[in-house]
Design a protein around this ligand. Structure first.
Ligand code: NDP
Length: 279
């Protein structure tokens, strides 16, 4: 039977470690404050924002909520972010995506000061990641590295295949695997004979956004499979990009959905918040 990589347990472990670190920082007079900006009331965004605030409270980080109406203009949001950039009591700024259509997300990401970019989406953070400089790491891929390490799965020298090349998962994932001395292949919708490529992977990371897309024929016997997907199936049940039932018997370790990668993203966001005050 495959090892079940337990994101719930590992994310809790990280939050507990951060809680201790935050307490020590407080004793040195270092307080951490995260500004959480939400525009509109998309129900999924509301849930994400609520969970982020809850995690802040647990770890001991102040979260300051900015709830703006759906019709907020780009200029208004830019002005708020510029204020938060200047505000010395704010360490990190998080703008919950997606934003309403009238606002250019890319412009907003670039307006956040790279020193407060706790999502790690600013081009400066992305550049730092690729050249191996210290900086804010994109939360989901950073969480996946922690999942592997804390489950005793080595990355060095492994053949790692990523399905998906988005700016928030696939690309930063590739950079982080390189940092860990893995060998990386990034695949996407134009990849020819995808199953032939993925079935070479020692570690396969699926970030596609298609329910149960990766079936047993895509994976090598004994591989480690990380499922980033968060999809709804025909019956509106939450499911990943991996067909767990068919893949699990063939592999050595696998993440479940829910309870795998999902909880790690918030834990790593908390880590980035703490990073703002680490010396
Ligand atoms: P995007 O839609 O931005 O990217 C999907 C990627 O998958 C693209 O690069 C696309 O290729 C590739 N792709 C699509 N179809 C195929 C195919 N048939 N064969 C090969 N590649 C394909 O998605 P995200 O990266 O934002 O998210 C991926 C999944 O991860 C989603 O389910 C999302 O909900 C989930 N997610 C989960 C998080 C968590 O915390 N657990 C955080 C972020 C995302 P191309 O570039 O060629 O179009």
């Amino acid at each position: 039977m495959a090892q079940l990589i337990d994101g719930k347990r590992i994310s809790q472990e990280i939050k507990d470690e951060l809680k201790v670190e935050v307490q020590k920082l407080k004793e040195q007079g270092k307080e951490i404050c995260l500004a959480v900006v939400q525009v509109g009331s998309d129900p999924a965004s509301t849930v994400y924002v609520r969970n982020k605030k809850k995690a802040c409270a647990y770890v001991g980080i102040e979260s300051r909520a900015y709830e703006l109406p759906e019709e907020t203009t780009e200029e208004e949001l830019v002005n708020l972010i510029k204020e938060l950039n200047q505000d010395e009591t704010v360490n990190g700024i998080l703008v919950q995506l997606p934003l309403p259509g009238q606002i250019d997300e890319d412009k907003i990401i670039r307006t956040i000061s790279p020193d407060k970019d706790v999502d790690g989406f600013h081009p400066v953070s992305v550049g730092r990641l690729w050249i191996g400089e210290k900086g804010f790491l994109s939360c989901t891929p950073a969480g996946i590295i922690q999942l592997l390490k804390r489950s005793g799965i080595g990355i060095e020298g492994k053949n790692c295949v990523i399905v998906g090349r988005s700016n928030i998962v696939g690309k930063p994932m590739a950079a982080l695997i390189l940092r860990e001395n893995g060998t990386v292949t990034v695949t996407h919708s134009r990849t020819k004979d995808l199953a032939a490529v993925t079935s070479q992977a020692d570690i396969l990371i699926a970030a596609i956004g298609k329910a149960r897309f990766v079936t047993a024929e895509y994976v090598k016997e004994g591989a480690v499979v990380i499922d980033v997907g968060m999809n709804r199936d025909d019956q509106n049940r939450l499911c990943g990009d991996v067909d767990f039932e068919s893949v699990e018997p063939k592999v050595s370790a696998i993440t479940p959905v829910p309870g795998g990668v999902g909880p790690m993203t918030i834990a790593m966001l908390m880590d980035n918040c703490v990073e703002t005050v680490r010396c």
